[in-house]
Design a protein around this ligand. Sequence first.
Ligand code: G4P
Length: 190
Amino acid sequence: MKILEDMIKEKGQVINEDILKVDSFLNHQVDPVLMKNIGLEFAKHFKEKNITKVFTIESSGIAPALLTAQELKVPLVVLKKQTSNILDRNYYQTEVRSFTKNCSYMLTLSQKYLKESDNILIIDDFLANGEAASGVIKLIKSANASIAGVGIVIEKSFQPGRTKLDKLGYDIYSLARIKSLTNNRIEFLK
Ligand code: G4P
């Protein structure tokens, strides 16, 4: 998606060869015009898939996911990150390990917001190791609901997440695919 790649080139900061900082338009300050365009693009790609809900994980996935849900005219559900297991039968929970942030959390979803008849689109801001998306997929499957696809704003294609999700056979649509961040340069996959 050209406007996203242009924004990344103009405002993204390479922190090291693994981390791209996009605080000024996605992770801290949020650019609403860019989010609107992201929502339109995801909705265009997934519009024929009979999506019933959009799922994301707090917090940086919320802005692109909300604009996508608005375009698709379906509810957005924000999965929570609890620090401990709440041991409540009314919730689905699974542990997610973040290699980037070196921490773990319990991905948590109220059973009220996921039914067997649902067909879910998962949206997230970054795809790195694929742990967060894999956790969401696991929760959805535990409710016997369906997964329509996964929309990612920025995929770091040099990390294992994309390959891991491709192996599961879902429609993975990433708006910007970063090939490398070496030598302080952002290189995109063509
Ligand atoms: P994974 O989900 O693909 O396995 O990725 P990983 O656990 O390694 O990353 C976890 C967190 O780190 C996520 O944020 C993700 O957005 C963020 N992250 C990963 N790579 C980058 C990067 O290059 N730049 C930036 N800015 N963030 C990155 P989170 O813990 O869910 O936090 P939040 O920002 O959504 O609250």
